[in-house]
Design a protein around this ligand. Structure first.
Ligand code: SF4
Length: 496
């Protein structure tokens, strides 16, 4: 009897979801394609490529152990690989791809899509919600999710009496000597080593020695358990803190596994709620974590599909600057917060949401870097950087390149924010408190430079009123702009 071929993308690694749901070894064969075009088409971080390939190969092995015939093919590109096999099968099926690029490629050949159910909110459900809103506010979406999914609810009221505990969840890092949890380590097996040897011939960036990331479902489950046991309790209050003493703070590190399907949002939420119900975890920590999983993650995916294919090309502020040298080389800056963040990325392809947003993206926005160029770099260097994650986060949230379609105001800040939320500034050559001196923090100078450059555009935005009012009161605006021009030129040369 002819079988159906299931094409499994590298982010569909789950037996219960997508095209594998209900699959049967007597009726289905599985195909993975390692696209050489993808592997050689960008300067990816080594950890990212290692993780994606090794996780897929481990998963292929698990499916073989279950009795499936699995074809693991290296081809010029995905469609060439599928076409090589498809004629022998009655049909080819796949989960709806998680990016526009793959959707367009697969649409050119005969592939039947089944629903992508790797999220708690289907694309149709998100569109229904979005069309019922005047503005696409995350907070409203999150409350809708809490109600709809019945998570942390007390009837129709939020459990604990509030929808969020943001005030409690914005603490700076604790004093030096605080006991941080140990970092995860995963021993590498034969498949991992085979992948590590193979990727040596590719033109990749970063380091691969660090063993933070596991490549199997059991590693993902172990990471979830580790988070719930060691970090969940203290996650909330310190979730925005940055410290030279801990690169992970109390973050779960689960996005890497969630974004390829090794673990799913429904099981993460169920386990987190089970742990919360046992007691000992403050509601602020539980709510902060639940918000990231059922709120932010789902909202970002919904926005990616709702705004459409061309959203990634938005550039409302007409920013044209090339990517700054410090993004690709931590040695190209004396700014302590930036060099620390970039060297963490070089090591393990990951930093948490605040260094991503308030250090890297903040600097890119303040220095007027072209959003598409910054987006490409973010996609290349983060281990969890799927297209649906990075496009809304960079274009909408951090660069404000969409003119406010997603976030009504730009996420920009001077050095005082970083000084408050980290312990980097004490060791830095620059002073976060000044803007016109020789040693003034580049963030502080450029914050005012940004407002002066774009003030007219934000004049009618009431959420920017306070900042623009501050700008009006600056007695040294001319000197600040002059120093801002100098800072941008020095950043372009990798000299600041
Ligand atoms: Fe970063 Fe400015 Fe602080 Fe230096 S002074 S660590 S550049 S925020």
């Amino acid at each position: 009897m002819a079988k159906t071929l299931i094409y499994l993308a590298h982010d569909n690694l789950n037996r219960r979801k997508g095209a594998l749901k209900g699959a049967d070894p007597s009726k289905h064969e599985i195909l993975f394609v390692e696209s050489q075009k993808m592997l050689r088409g960008a300067r990816w971080h080594k950890q990212r490529i290692f993780f994606l390939l090794s996780a897929a190969r481990h998963f292929a092995q698990e499916l073989r152990n279950e009795g499936f015939i699995v074809h693991y093919l290296k081809a010029d590109d995905t469609t060439t690989g599928i076409e090589k096999f498809s004629s022998k099968f009655t049909e080819v099926i796949a989960a709806e791809p998680s990016s526009y690029r793959l959707t367009e490629s697969l649409a050119r050949i005969e592939v039947r899509f089944v629903e992508n159910d790797f999220f708690l909110t289907s694309r149709k459900e998100f569109i229904g919600w979005a069309n019922s809103q005047k503005a696409l506010k995350l907070e409203n979406f999150y409350r809708w999710q809490r109600n709809r999914l019945d998570v942390l609810m007390d009837g129709d009221k939020p459990e604990g009496g509030a929808w969020n505990f943001d005030e409690e969840n914005r603490l700076p890092p604790p004093k030096l000597g605080y006991k941080w949890p140990k970092y995860p380590e995963h021993l590498r097996d034969e498949i991992d080593i085979e992948v590590l040897n193979e990727i040596q011939e590719l033109d990749l960036v970063g380091e691969v020695e660090d063993s933070t990331w596991g490549t199997t479902r059991s590693a993902a489950l172990a990471q979830l358990k580790r988070f719930l046991t060691e970090s969940f309790k203290d996650f909330g209050p310190l979730e925005d803190a940055m410290t030279k003493e801990s690169w992970a703070v109390h973050h779960s590190l689960l996005s890497t596994y969630l974004n390829v399907g090794l673990i799913t949002a429904d099981e993460v939420v169920a386990e987190a709620m089970k742990r919360f119900r046992k007691g000992g975890v403050p509601i602020a920590s539980c709510e902060g974590f639940i918000r990231q999983v059922i709120g932010w993650r789902e909202y970002i995916n919904g926005i990616y599909w709702f705004f459409g294919r061309d959203y990634r090309d938005s550039n409302t502020l007409n920013s044209k600057r090339e990517l700054l040298p410090l993004f690709t080389d931590s040695g190209k800056t004396k700014m302590r917060c930036v060099s620390e963040t970039i060297s963490q990325i070089e090591q393990r392809a990951w930093v948490h949401h605040i260094p991503r947003l308030m250090v890297l993206s903040n600097l890119a926005a303040l220095a007027d870097v072209n959003p598409a160029k910054f987006l490409t770099w973010m996609r290349e260097v983060f281990i969890d950087a799927t297209d649906w994650v990075m496009v809304p986060n960079v274009i909408g949230m951090s660069m404000h390149a969409d003119g406010g379609r997603m976030s009504t105001k730009p996420y920009i800040a001077g050095g005082s924010y970083i000084s408050r939320m980290s312990n980097y500034c004490g060791d830095c050559d620059y002073n976060p408190k000044t803007r016109t001196e020789k040693d003034s923090c580049p963030f502080t100078t450029l914050y005012w430079h940004y407002l002066a450059r774009n003030g007219e555009r934000f004049r009618k935005n009431h959420r920017m009123f306070q900042q623009l009012n501050g700008l009006k009161k600056l007695s040294d605006l001319e000197e600040t702009i002059k120093r801002g021009d100098f800072v941008i030129k020095a950043l372009e040369r990798g000299e600041i």
